[in-house]
Design a binder for this molecule. Structure first.
Ligand SMILES: Nc1ncnc2c1ncn2[C@@H]1O[C@H](COP(=O)(O)OP(=O)(O)OP(=O)(O)O)[C@@H](O)[C@H]1O
Ligand SMILES: Nc1nc2c(c(=O)[nH]1)N=C(CO)CN2
Length: 184
């Protein structure tokens, strides 16, 4: 986190990693819409964007089969405090038709806050870092492509976490270089 003096008040700029994914409708268009909406957010700037991965769905125990997801990861800076960032990501999910009926159900778009600065919180409304990120190749693989030296707060280098899962392919995650997301 950095502080920029602006007259009388100081604005805290947070650095966050966001994971986006979806497996309903036009998956690439939905990811692009999420990116466009994030970029439209006051004070928020997208610093980097990963390649797109197609990933086998992680399902809840006993769940019906689902289609594959498209996933990507992006880094942002923003003056929004973490709770306001969550409000914004949830508003974007709703605007893109996300419903919350079934745990890990199929969805048009999901935006997870993977980490913010080096904050650690067990607040169920916003747990930081995201409690399941270290086990998810659909987060680690695209993140690692974009930022190979990054560290997941409290868990370690993402390169090591991905290796511990056996790599992307072992987890059903395949990079789709034919699918392009654009930064607005
Ligand atoms: N780091 C986080 N990022 C996003 N939501 C979070 C986070 N920590 C806690 N939550 C809370 O989790 C709740 C459920 O979110 P959501 O329905 O998107 O979960 P999910 O994406 O289906 O599952 P998962 O959290 O395993 O990815 C939200 O209401 C939100 O308040
Ligand atoms: N492949 C994949 N599976 C999932 C995903 C996801 O983004 N990708 N998100 C889930 C809930 O957040 C549940 N399962």
């Amino acid at each position: 986190m950095s502080e920029a003096a602006t007259g009388e008040s100081a604005v805290r700029v947070h650095t966050a990693v966001l994971a986006i994914g979806g497996n309903l409708g036009d998956r690439l268009a939905n990811l692009q819409s999420a990116i466009d909406s994030l970029a439209d957010t006051p004070t928020l700037a997208i610093a980097w964007l990963s390649p797109v991965y197609e990933t086998a769905p992680l399902l809840a125990e006993g769940a019906d089969p689902q289609d594959d997801y498209l996933n990507a990861v992006l880094g942002v800076t923003s003056a929004l405090p973490p709770d306001m960032l969550l409000m914004r990501t949830q508003a974007i999910e709703e605007a893109l038709g996300r419903t919350r009926k079934i745990h890990w159900g199929a969805r048009t778009i999901d935006i997870d806050i993977v980490q913010v600065d080096d904050l650690v919180s067990d607040d169920p409304e916003l747990t930081l870092p995201h409690p399941r990120a270290a086990q998810r190749a659909f987060v680690l693989a695209p993140w690692h492509d974009a930022r190979p030296d990054d560290v997941l707060t409290g868990a370690g280098p993402i390169a090591d976490l991905l290796a511990a899962l056996g790599g992307a392919a072992a987890q059903g995650a395949a990079r789709r270089d034919d699918l392009e997301l654009l930064l607005p």
